[in-house]
Design a protein around this ligand. Sequence first.
Ligand code: GDP
Length: 395
Amino acid sequence: MGRRKKIVQECEKLMDRPEQIRNIAIAAHVDHGKTTLTDNLLAGAGMIGQESAGEQLAMDTEEDEQERGITIDAANVSMTHEYEEKNHLINLIDTPGHVDFGGDVTRAMRAVDGALVVVDAVEGAMPQTETVLRQALREGVKPALFINKVDRLISELQEGPEEMQQRLQKVIRDVNELIRGMTEEMDDIDDWTVSIQEGTVGMGSALYKWGISFPSMQRTGMDFGDIIDMERADKRQELHERTPLSDVVLDMVCEHFPNPIDAQPRRIPRVWRGDADSEVAEQMQLVDDDGEVVLMVTDIGVDPHAGEIAAGRVFSGTIEKGQELYVSGTAGRNRVQSVGIYMGGEREEVDRVPAGNIAAVTGLKDAIAGSTVSSIEMTPFESIEHISEPVITKS
Ligand code: GDP
């Protein structure tokens, strides 16, 4: 059996174990390294060859994106990662890094429970860092921080340990100030500030594929001093082998981002204003895979063979081929022609996708990004608020 087939089978097994699922987004100001980081994760999970991470830009599926070098369409990918002797299914939704596509970013946030915010160590928090954080927090999505391009502080700016520490601390302080300001009045959210000691901050180099966090230091025995010495000595390959970025980030995702069972009871009242005492409300909060089917569509993609594909989060029930589902805002029902999950830029058909997962569905001809698709007529999800911001030109 091919490697890819094995990964699909593993994903299918894990789809039924919500405690082992993490639905996440990676969000960043343009050029801070989201695409390069994503490729590292895919390579670490065995989805693409290690050697091509950073060059392949697997998430940039549209030609237009590759030409322009920016990510436009929210793409989806599932991968597996072993953490504390348990395999985890990580459904990753890519978010566009360009200000013009703010609506897509917010839609992606609706489907996930955790957002990894990438910040360039040299540039620090930028206006779009603030925007993506706001979008995440409004949707009840928990943040974690990855400070990228730390290699530049060491090799290019030749900073000493103290200078670096000050700079990194400032990035963390700035991000926490934003988080605190945004969550102060949210009573369903505890302290969501990030911290090195708690393990919700990772740092490293997506380009050279190494990373470090408080837990990784304990695991690998490598501290910042070792990293500085090895980066300066140009031992980047060894650095990557001894403390691979993908492990640092995926461990952080499994440890600190909520699984659907923990996330949905808090998130449903925040994003769905239907009758809180109804059966479907309870099914969504419990991630009940036997309940009514409820899918929130976050993205419509086009496949040259299968036509339009609706991707989104299954909040309750199990979506399967042949179901007749209502599409909010339209009359009549659409018949599900196929269901699948994403692997890299490609869709893999599977028999069924249960609650708590991201599904790729064909046959929903009336659905648009933002539609609620369900087996009963129900109050649709809140329309997604587009947060606009001043236009920033790419440097
Ligand atoms: P995105 O716009 O956030 O997706 O950013 P990209 O992943 O496309 O990266 C933008 C640029 O920064 C590219 O030229 C990358 O090679 C470079 N880059 C990304 N990560 C790193 C890093 O860790 N170190 C250095 N030095 N450059 C990086």
